[in-house]
Design a protein around this ligand. Structure first.
Ligand SMILES: [Zn+2]
Ligand SMILES: [Zn+2]
Length: 339
């Protein structure tokens, strides 16, 4: 069933009152611990704070410390290959699905594939699609103006790169932007328990290393090594590559369109993020499945989406109309040439 053609029967608000026994159990758990494991417990009072909530951020900080495990476990070609594959697949789930699908509805897909890619994106440990899309919608509605959660001109490089989601305010899902997605119980579940996909993924990566150590010992890997490279180091690289679009892509690069914000096109960031670095293009026409508007603007996410379309897994990829390409140019439209 296409994502937007869903039943009214599954409509429900994001947060509902918990049953009494559940409330009692929750009250026995310290609030700081509860918030790590159940985002329904996010403190609405703390949510008005723009101060960094260091205790809540401990899992994010611990990921960086765990990535240093690569110096302890050593390396092997297979562990590096798994780390690269783990980076690429999860980056695509973030760019293709968290961003272009859940945030901008740039194409359509089935409910099953939507759920699968929501889970794969969740393995990137960047929370769930509803949290991600809700903050991104806020970014597009206030780009580089008061109200933008991560503008480098307003909150500096560090604030726009990572500081913005480390605050009480940053941890809350801005539910008014994602009411459509809240109708899917599986997405609400991921929104509530966003730590599950990364944990499952980490366990699978460890298991792969453990199996290879026993059955293919000549490969020189093991569970801890595979976990350090394929999950912790890969996830930290994935974090900071993704975050560059909020920090560096709003200042570093060139402008093709007058978008009223500081967004830039940057080929290096596009390479690093599978196409998201064409950020000035994106702010000019956010609804397109394609962010590299010309053939020389490498947009790997778009090519993967085209392949998925051929397989029948996604459809109705939205394109950039010719009139949009010619509008608000700050360079010469003729410089665009053939697409
Ligand atoms: Zn932006
Ligand atoms: Zn966007």
């Amino acid at each position: 069933m296409p994502a937007r053609r869903r039943s009214r029967a599954c409509a429900a608000p994001i947060a509902t009152a918990a049953p009494l026994d559940e409330r009692e159990r929750r009250e026995r758990t310290p609030p700081w611990l509860r918030r790590w494991f159940d985002s329904r417990s996010e403190d609405r009072a703390a949510g008005s704070s723009n101060d960094v909530d260091w205790l809540r951020c401990l899992p994010f900080l611990a990921m960086h410390i765990a990535a240093l495990g690569v110096f302890w476990t050593g390396w092997s070609p297979v562990a590096l290959a798994v780390a690269a594959a783990s980076f690429l697949v999860r980056m695509f789930a973030i760019t293709g699905f968290y961003h272009r699908y859940f945030s901008h509805r740039a194409f359509r897909t089935s409910r099953a594939f939507q759920a699968l890619m929501a889970f794969v994106g969740g393995c990137a440990a960047q929370r769930d699609p509803m949290w991600w899309a809700s903050h991104h919608a806020q970014h597009h509605s206030h780009s580089d103006a008061p109200g933008d959660p991560h503008s480098p001109s307003l909150s500096g490089f560090l604030g726009s790169h990572a500081g913005w989601f480390m605050t009480g305010e940053g941890f809350l899902t801005r539910s008014r932007f994602v009411r459509d997605w809240a109708r899917f119980p599986e997405l609400r579940l991921l929104n509530r328990f966003d730590w599950v996909p990364p944990l499952v993924f980490a366990a699978l990566v460890y298991l792969a290393g453990w199996i290879l150590e026993r059955w293919q010992p000549q490969l020189g890997t093991n569970g801890p090594q595979m976990l350090a490279w394929g999950f912790f180091a890969s996830t930290v690289c994935l974090y900071h590559a993704t975050f560059t679009i909020n920090s560096l892509a709003h200042g570093w690069g060139h402008r093709r369109f007058a978008t009223g914000d500081d967004s830039r096109n940057n080929w290096l960031l596009a390479l690093l993020t599978l196409g998201e670095g064409w950020h000035n293009n994106h702010h000019h026409y956010p609804g397109a499945a394609r962010q590299g508007f010309y053939w020389w603007e490498l947009d790997i996410t778009y090519y993967v989406l085209l392949s998925l379309q051929r397989l029948g897994l996604v459809w109705n990829l939205r394109t950039v109309p010719e009139h949009a390409l010619a509008r608000n140019r700050v360079d010469s439209p003729a410089a665009g040439g053939s697409r």
